[in-house]
Write a protein that binds this ligand. Structure first.
Ligand code: MN
Length: 737
């Protein structure tokens, strides 16, 4: 982060004059300048500075992004509605409808509350935010507004600093990234990180500072070498080194579990050239002179990224073992890379005859349409694919509905008021009797749309969920809650029946004057279960209650058994004991299920590091005094061993053993993740033996490690494939401890 210069009126207008010369536009900007200055007169920021300084800074940054005159004006006026009571009409009369609309949208979006982190997922906030903004200029103004607020966050109390920073990291930085505003994204991330974890921030900043001159020397040498290589090739180019921002280093250290120096081994160089062909030519010369690292060549020119980023990336080694990541691109691509959508939006005088014309184009098209037209203009490869992805992301996957108090609830597409009710609260779901959507009473199976205001009518007298509800709900959480309710209800009913049966039976025994020692003794009753085709006491009493077994039947069977039961019991016990002994003996042979020729299986154990499961490719390692340890063939702990390895194989006769395995799930959207994982495990009848989880400081990405027991590789692979299907899960890997 560079130290910010104080922006003056002169600096601002100089910046504007770099690309806007039309006198009418300049006059309008002047007017907005004076208007905003007057409106904010007397207002001070926490820093003690006049409030207008903030507004001027926002407009200045917009000018550095070459925003159009209307956007600049809206930047100057962006806080006048909220803080000075200026009305829409006033701005419309003094300026124009377009500027008033922009200011209003910026104001509205600012009042969106991102309070309850636990309840909503950060990713969805971003979607709502973008969906509500409609015009990309609104988002850019809002991002720039937030950037300046972050730059001046030191004047806020600590609690507020943390809250604003975490919101910035969760909502604003990802939007900036999505729009390709790399510089703004990086600064937002670094500033947020500074306030969220000052210690880590300074630690990394310090490490960076320490290595700076040494690194600079290496990069400079490479620049000289490359310059030498390209100077006689008749290509225009500029070469420079790049620095990484602090938060990206930190994120890599966490997600890739690496130390600072392991990440920082990479030096970064960028070459800017004239056209696409030059990019590929330069790449050719570099690969000819330096050894490229396999698999690291990325052609984002032919296949642009989602946010329209284009560049060639390659990684090469210099003669001294230094690794360089080289990016090669044109001026235009570089501008898109740094400024993203703003680069496409850049105001170009002469291209449009008047600001009005530009406005008309922008008004006509929603911002998604704008994206399409921009994509077509820039001849990117797959505009339709990109669009359908965004549309799916925002409009198809979810609906956003509201409570009467304006709380936004995000639901899967196709959800009904019942899903909504269960999302609000389990009890609201259980007691739901009707729904009011946008003021009208509707059936509970009505499909909700984005923007619906939903209210649930509840009644304590309601009978609660029925089987039919399972067909109405769309979300897994609602379905699980209904199932749990139905199961509990059935259990309660069952317990009631059992108690009823028990009472009826004992009353009958007494009424018939039967021997209570015989007829009420559970162990005696046990002897007739088989004959009655039931499994336990509860089942017997349930059957008594619903009259599927009569008291007379029980009496008859018990009396018949009275004399023989002793002998039977004894033989049964003996049988069980024998069975148990057999089982014990077998499990003592070996728990590994692995055969090693010539070695007692007692001495064979599965390695704790890579934890092979039945079906894995395995190899034995002869350890000192501890017999043979069985590893997976690709276990990093034995990969360099040669002499002490021995061939081993799984014992096909032995498949009863359960094998431990640790899995790592990289995921985002933490909230329902654990629930989804547990549900999935239950579905595949796999038990969970351990769980560890940590969320990364952006609170969006997270990883969870789970320990499971499986019977073989096939079961493990099926499980992994299905865990990957969980929406929030990006990657599932087996880990080596
Ligand atoms: Mn502001």
């Amino acid at each position: 982060m560079s130290k910010q210069k104080e922006v003056t009126k002169e600096m601002f207008f100089n910046e504007v004059a770099k690309y806007i010369s039309d006198p009418q536009s300049i006059a309008m900007i002047n007017k907005a300048y004076d208007f905003a200055q007057k409106a904010h007169e007397g207002q001070l920021r926490k820093s003690g500075e006049p409030y207008f300084i903030h507004v001027l800074n926002v407009a200045y940054i917009l000018a550095t992004l070459t925003a159009g005159p209307q956007t600049i004006c809206a930047g100057l006026l962006h806080d006048t509605m909220e803080d000075c009571g200026v009305t829409f009409e006033e701005i419309e009369t003094n300026f124009d409808h377009d500027i008033a609309t922009l200011v209003e949208a910026v104001t509205k979006i600012g009042s969106l509350k991102f309070k309850d982190e636990k309840e909503y997922l950060a990713a969805n906030h971003r979607k709502i935010f973008i969906a509500m903004a409609k015009d990309v200029r609104v988002i850019i103004i809002k991002l720039v507004d937030r950037l300046h607020n972050m730059r001046t966050l030191m004047y806020q109390p600590e609690e507020k600093q943390k809250k604003i920073s975490s919101e910035t990291l969760q909502v604003y930085a990802p939007i900036a990234h999505r729009l390709g505003l790399a510089e703004i994204k990086n600064e937002l991330e670094d500033l947020s990180f500074l306030y969220l974890d000052p210690q880590k921030y300074h630690e990394i900043a310090h490490l960076l500072e320490n290595k700076k001159s040494e690194r600079q020397a290496i990069v400079n040498q490479m620049i000289v070498n490359l310059d030498h290589l390209l100077s006689d090739k008749k290509i225009e180019y500029r070469i420079f080194g790049r620095s990484k921002h602090i938060y990206s280093i930190y994120r890599k250290m966490i997600t890739k579990n690496k130390r600072f120096d392991e990440i920082f081994d990479l030096y970064a160089i960028r070459i800017i050239t004239k056209n696409e062909l030059n990019c590929y030519e330069i790449l050719g010369y570099i690969h000819n002179a330096y050894k490229p690292i396999n698999g690291r060549l990325k052609d984002y020119i032919a296949m642009p990224k989602m946010n329209m980023y284009q560049s060639l990336h390659t990684t090469v080694l210099d003669g001294n073992g230094n690794i360089f990541e080289v990016q090669i691109r044109t001026e235009e691509m570089d501008m898109v890379a740094e400024m993203g959508i703003a680069a496409h939006w850049a105001y170009k005088e002469g291209k449009y005859n008047s600001a009005a014309e530009q406005k008309e184009i922008e008004n006509k098209l929603g911002w998604f349409h704008d994206m399409i037209s921009m994509m077509n203009e820039s001849k990117l490869a797959h505009p339709t694919e990109f669009m359908s992805q965004i549309k799916k992301d925002i409009f198809e996957a979810n609906v956003y509905v509201m409570t009467p108090k304006g709380r936004i609830i995000e639901l899967q597409n196709g959800s009904t008021p019942l899903d909504f009710a269960y999302r609000v609260h389990t009890e609201v779901g259980h007691n739901a009797v009707g729904a009011i959507v946008n003021g009208a009473l509707v059936p509970l199976d009505t499909v909700l749309k984005t923007g619906d205001v939903v209210q649930i009518k509840t009644s304590k007298q309601s009978n609660g969920p029925s089987e039919d509800w399972l067909k109405i709900v769309k979300t897994t959480t609602a379905r699980n809650k209904i199932r749990a309710f139905l199961m509990k209800k059935e259990n309660d009913m069952r317990s009631e029946m059992i108690a009823k049966g028990e009472k009826y039976y004992s009353d009958e025994v007494k009424r018939r004057n039967l021997d209570e020692k015989l007829f009420l003794d559970k162990s005696k009753l046990e002897t007739i279960y088989g004959q009655l085709n039931i499994n336990n006491y509860d089942e017997l009493m349930y059957a008594v209650a619903n009259k599927s077994i009569s008291i007379a039947q029980i009496v008859e069977k018990l009396q018949k058994n009275k004399n023989t039961s002793m002998a039977d019991n004894e033989s049964l016990t003996k049988m069980i004991q024998e069975k148990q002994a057999k089982k014990d003996k077998r499990s003592k042979v070996s728990t590994s299920g692995v055969i090693v020729e010539g070695i007692s299986s007692m001495m064979v154990n599965l390695a704790g590091c890579c934890m092979p499961v039945y079906g894995d490719e395995i190899v034995g390692y002869i350890s000192k005094g501890q017999g043979v340890k069985v590893h997976r063939k690709d276990c990093p702990n034995i990969i360099n061993e040669k002499n002490r390895l021995i061939k081993v194989m799984w014992n096909p006769q032995q498949q009863e053993t359960q094998y431990d395995s640790w899995l790592r799930l990289d995921a985002q959207d933490y909230n329902y993740l654990i629930n989804d994982i547990v549900t999935m495990l239950a579905q595949y009848k796999v038990s969970l033996y351990g769980i560890k989880s940590e969320s990364l400081p952006d609170k969006v990405n997270t990883f969870v490690e789970i320990k499971v027991k499986v019977k073989d590789l096939e079961q493990l692979q099926t499980l992994m494939a299905n865990l990957k299907k969980i929406e929030a899960v990006n990657e599932v890997t087996r880990i080596t401890k």
